[in-house]
Design a protein around this ligand. Sequence first.
Ligand SMILES: [Zn+2]
Length: 468
Amino acid sequence: MLWSLCLLWAAGALAAPLNRARPKLLLISFDGFRWDYDRDVDTPNLDQMARDGVKAQYVTPPYITITSPAHFTLLTGRYVENHGVIHNMWFNTTSGQKKPYYQTLHEEEWWDNGTLPIWITAQRQGLKAGSLHFPGTAARYQGEVPLKQEQEPPLHNYKNETIWREKTDKVMGWFRDEDLDFVSLYFGEPDSTGHLYGPDSPQRREMVEQVDRAVGYIRQSADRHGLTHLLNIIITADHGMSTVHRKGTVEEITLSKIPGFSFKDVSFHLVDYGPSGMLLPKPGKLETVYNALKGAHPHLHVYKKEEMPERLRFSKNPRILPIVLYADPGYLINGYFPVQINKGEHGFDNQEMDMKPFFRAVGPVFHKNLEVGPFETVNIYPLMCHILGIRPEVNDGHLNATKHMLVSSTGKTTNYRHNAVVGLSAVAGFLLVVFVVLIAQRIFRKKDDSKMLKSSKDFSEPEKQSRL
Ligand SMILES: [Zn+2]
């Protein structure tokens, strides 16, 4: 009986700090969901989520405002120059080789270049992490991967709503059945539709309605899996979208047409990729290339790498090429001739309102019906680490920028390692007390027995036996 009580108490002491409101966290990205996409579309589920949680006016992504760099900032809290995933395309300036977005997702050295995503940090501190289709998922980091990981297959249908539901249920299954603590989940829309038809198109509005249905489904699925009281959900995006000015309405930017500029002076270039570009001039040609391009078009910005505006945080990385170009909203940078057909684009200056994503959060750690001002997406990483109770890696974000969203910024979240130590210490201390009590009891019993034996020589044998 005593041992049963001891075990119960020990189990309780161990379990209490570990299970006490142990929060789970789901980070969701809807690629290219601009901050104001809910303004011209009926979005009952996003509206309900805002009433049940937190809505930011908008958030500011890092520059360069394209998919892989901005998603790696969400996972690491670092600006692009610091995390090193500086483009959607892997490239080698010596061989001239370039790999497109999907191939680059599988190019491990492009991702694993010194900065750890939150999955690995969480797992090193005793938590379980997973990732479904989130950019960066396919790589190993210092040899480690999330416990559950799935990268999207080639030619993945980004807009299939049935697949969205299957992805959602799979992730909720990971939380419930595998007891994962953190999962990142990616949807490739409304980016694709925004590119194809433009952000002001009816097709984009229909896709936002689909995203809204998905948000409703995600919350229902969490409920069906019995997770609502544990699961915190952050929904955001990597960048926004801006309408491209078409030929005939504006003077396009085509580098080969700029007087004094020649691709013969350049040994490697990365252009024809939306509104941004990078050039590696041949030896001795830096000034020639720079002087030809600088001021050549009123909507083209040309910088030597080291002279990039500090606020863009896109300079201090060896992967960034010596000349960096970017265009004003509506303009694209073409190489030899215009080849880009998208009606919507991103990649512009992160100060432009068209580049700002949305941000919503709901769950037990978040305030309800709270609208907060804008903040940079580097600050989402320290917020996530705080919710999960893990020590963040070195990052460029600040918890102060986001902690006002939390019900309590102190004591609400739990450091599980610390609690495990405290819990185990409590158990060890308790067992020591039990041990001392039992020894003492045994000693007293022996004394009692010897007294009894001395004073009850007349007692019957069975009774004596029963006392031993
Ligand atoms: Zn994107």
